[in-house]
Design a protein around this ligand. Structure first.
Ligand SMILES: [Zn+2]
Length: 259
């Protein structure tokens, strides 16, 4: 073998290795993930715009000067929603950011509707909450984007966990609630019927623990978090502004795992 062919072979081995490594890393979600997450509503991304199934267009980025963290929440555009990667797995250390707290409100209003209108109620449905292990009654969630079916799949899997897990889950603090995020004018995901709070008894919430100075804490077992994430719900325990009882349907932030 000549030196040149040796070099080519070495390069091929190196590139092959890189390709394997790249394939193993799950790419961070981007705005195009919205089409995969909400296939009934979002067509895709083209020319810097998110195009909805009915032709409505939203800008991906509203540009302007660099935003502070608070501005990124209050005036979030679609790009801001993907700025902080949401990572699964046991949350051992306090989170540095708030992945998923930035929401482009016009998109969510377009998909789920305005809870102050009568038309909104037509999309709501009651789902049994932990009926076998805790007789947890029902929770009111939206049928839009299949949130009701996703929550039913969560319940089915939660019921398979060891019985001692039920105390974290019931009584639930509720799902649909036509309200804004505490202390802000932003709509909560509860206002769309796309979020649920599990029991408050084991919850740690930054506003109950001193506000901005609150030290992150969590008592919710990772097994419970993993079930919700498997079905498209992100967890408020991964936020610096933590809310460990809170789960909301945000499948765009949960990249599909390799089979
Ligand atoms: Zn909540």
């Amino acid at each position: 073998m000549t030196v040149r062919w040796g070099a080519v072979l070495a390069l091929m081995v190196l590139l092959g290795g890189c390709a394997t490594v790249t394939a193993r890393l799950t790419p961070a979600p981007r705005p195009s993930a919205l089409a995969r997450a909400y296939p009934d509503q979002v067509w895709g991304v083209r020319n810097g715009q998110l195009i909805m199934a009915d032709g409505t267009r939203f800008p991906i980025s509203q540009g302007g000067p660099t935003k502070t963290t608070e501005q990124a929440l209050d005036q979030a555009d679609i790009l801001d929603m993907f700025a902080e990667p949401y990572r699964r797995g046991p949350q051992r250390n306090p989170p540095k950011g708030d992945p998923g707290r930035a929401r482009y409100e016009p998109l969510f209003l377009k998909m789920y509707g305005d809870c102050s209108t009568r038309a909104f109620q037509a999309h709501m449905r009651k789902v049994a909450w932990m009926p076998k292990s805790a007789q947890g009654g029902t929770v009111n969630v939206t049928t839009v984007n299949g949130v009701d079916r996703a929550l039913e799949a969560v319940v089915t899997d939660l019921e398979k966990l060891p019985p001692e897990m039920a105390r974290y889950l019931a009584p639930t603090a509720g799902a649909f609630n036509c309200r804004v995020v505490a202390g802000t004018s932003r709509r909560s995901m509860h206002a769309y019927g796309a979020a649920i709070d599990i029991s408050t008894v084991w919850a740690d919430y930054w506003l109950w623990k001193g506000g901005e100075d609150a030290v992150w804490a969590n008592r919710i077992p990772p097994e419970i978090v993993a079930v919700f994430e498997r079905h498209g719900f992100i967890w408020g325990g991964r936020w610096r502004h933590f809310d460990t009882m809170h789960f909301e349907y945000r499948p765009e932030l949960l990249p599909r795992r390799r089979p």
